[in-house]
Design a binder for this molecule. Structure first.
Ligand SMILES: *[C@@H]1O[C@H](CO)[C@@H](O)[C@H](O)[C@H]1NC(C)=O
Ligand SMILES: *[C@@H]1O[C@H](CO)[C@@H](O)[C@H](O)[C@H]1NC(C)=O
Ligand SMILES: *[C@@H]1O[C@H](CO)[C@@H](O)[C@H](O)[C@H]1NC(C)=O
Length: 440
């Protein structure tokens, strides 16, 4: 028997348990994420791996909202079946068990929905929203069980809204771009570029993430000054040049810190005001250390180790630069290298959550793009991410062919009305001027 994964387990879970409650018991899930293997896989291992694989820009910068990418893939996972789902499940390291997957998704939801100490959701610093926009001609009828289950499930766990559009035109593009820009306080602009949506578009998957928070211990602007920052001039022979950057500093900053002897690096954790979001900085102790080597060394185990070694200190003096960077990346090849291939394949991707039909290959993901921003200053952090998944019809539903130039033709004869191969060519021709200009 053919196995269905995402969709199958979703249907199984929903029929066995009915709808899950809207709000979960609020335990400190976010800080305990690393203690559970399934959650560690989806939210620690996978993001580390994706982060490593994104190439830095020419300045050597990169920033990626791994939350945005994880949510996008989770939506695709829940829409998928068969090997399409299995490959996403493997890459995300999801546990192969329906209830555990639900558990993983609940962790994700709690991380984003968690009220802050004042239980004021409005001020909670982390937000994400996803839109699944389906072309009207593709959208399953409202009573379709598969589509209904999928829609309810992604709405509840992944903040995803399903919308329908008669066509993917520039109005859709500007509406989505405006939504992403407003959601991210104007930091994610032009998520979808002109010309990106075409007549072959079956659906569009978009996600935006925003983290906006003040530092728990803000930096005093009166201490801010420019300072020397060493930028790599030549990676091969490790030469550097000094440049002046805007810096902020603090003395006796309460934070968690540890010197990692094995990695010859400092690990410093700066808290944001909600205390659940924190910034971990890994800084090589030696200027000539290769940052690639350090990045490659950080796997899920080491990441957990570092966090268990971090110690509360009240006496750390720090000087860090003001940061403002941006990354735009195409994710398709990267995800394919991580084993997520089927969802991109024409004729074999299976996404029944979107079509409402099992064993249907009429759509596939044709592109997956991501952009992210990170800014911080004395006051706080503003980080945002946006992702776009283009979902195309595998067959162009209504190709427009305008025979308006010279062409070749063949008139053939077939053995029967359902033969696919002609057995005789009756005429061959080439038409350059379709109407004979008569000569008397
Ligand atoms: C939430 O979970 C904790 C620990 O498991 C338990 O003590 C508490 O009663 C629960 N609260 C609610 C509202 O269910
Ligand atoms: C470092 O590499 C650059 C270009 O690759 C070269 O011009 C320069 O001479 C090298 N410096 C040393 C000290 O080897
Ligand atoms: C930091 O940036 C935020 C947002 O742009 C701004 O409101 C705030 O005043 C800035 N803080 C300082 C100290 O410049």
């Amino acid at each position: 028997m053919r196995t269905l994964h995402g969709i199958a387990l979703l249907v199984l879970f929903c029929s066995a348990h009915g709808a899950t409650s809207k709000r979960q018991n609020v335990t400190d899930e976010r800080v305990n994420v690393a203690s559970n293997d399934g959650k560690k896989g989806a939210f620690i291992k996978f993001p580390l791996e994706v982060g490593k694989r994104i190439e830095a820009d020419t300045d050597g910068n990169k920033i990626i909202s791994t939350l945005s990418v994880t949510v996008m893939l989770s939506v695709l996972y829940l829409a998928a079946a068969g090997d399409t789902a299995k490959q996403i499940e493997n890459a995300l390291n999801l546990p192969p068990n329906a209830e555990k997957v639900i558990d993983v998704l609940t962790t994700l939801r709690n991380a984003v929905e968690r009220p802050n100490r004042d239980f004021n959701l409005e001020n909670y610093p982390l937000k994400t929203e996803t839109k699944v926009i389906l072309k009207e001609s593709l959208a399953p009828p409202p009573e379709n069980e598969i589509a209904k289950t999928f829609a309810e499930f992604v709405a509840e766990h992944l903040f995803a809204k399903i919308e329908v559009t008669p066509q993917f035109d520039d109005t859709v593009r500007s509406k989505v771009n405006q939504w992403a820009s407003e959601f991210t306080k104007g930091t994610i602009k032009n998520l979808i570029l002109p010309g990106e949506l075409n007549e072959n578009q079956a659906a569009l998957l978009v996600n935006a993430v925003l983290l906006q928070a003040k530092w728990l211990h803000p930096f005093d602007p009166s201490r801010s000054k420019k300072y020397d920052f060493f930028v790599v001039k030549d990676k091969q022979n490790q030469t550097f040049k000094r440049i002046q950057v805007d810096g902020m500093s603090a003395e006796n900053l309460p934070c968690r810190y540890v010197w990692l002897e094995k990695l010859k690096s400092h690990a410093l954790e700066l808290r944001l005001s909600d205390s659940l979001s924190r910034v971990l900085i890994l800084l090589p102790g030696d200027l000539s250390a290769n940052l690639d080597d350090l990045e490659n060394a950080v796997d899920a185990k080491l990441f957990t180790d570092i966090h268990s070694k971090l110690m509360e200190r009240q006496d750390v003096d720090v000087q860090i630069p003001v940061v403002n960077i941006e990354t735009k990346a195409s994710m398709r090849m990267l995800l394919e290298k991580m084993g997520i291939r089927k969802v991109f394949e024409r004729d074999s991707a299976e996404l029944p959550g979107l079509t409402g039909k099992l064993l249907d290959h009429s759509i596939h993901v044709s592109d997956f793009k991501h952009q992210a921003n990170l800014k911080w200053n004395e006051t706080g952090v503003l980080a945002s991410g946006g992702s776009v998944g283009d979902i195309a019809f595998t067959w162009n539903l209504s190709p427009v062919i305008n025979v308006d130039r010279p062409f070749l033709l063949y008139v053939n004869s077939f053995a029967s009305s359902n033969s696919r191969q002609p057995n005789l060519i009756l005429f061959t021709g080439r038409i350059s001027l379709p109407v004979v200009s008569y000569e008397e």
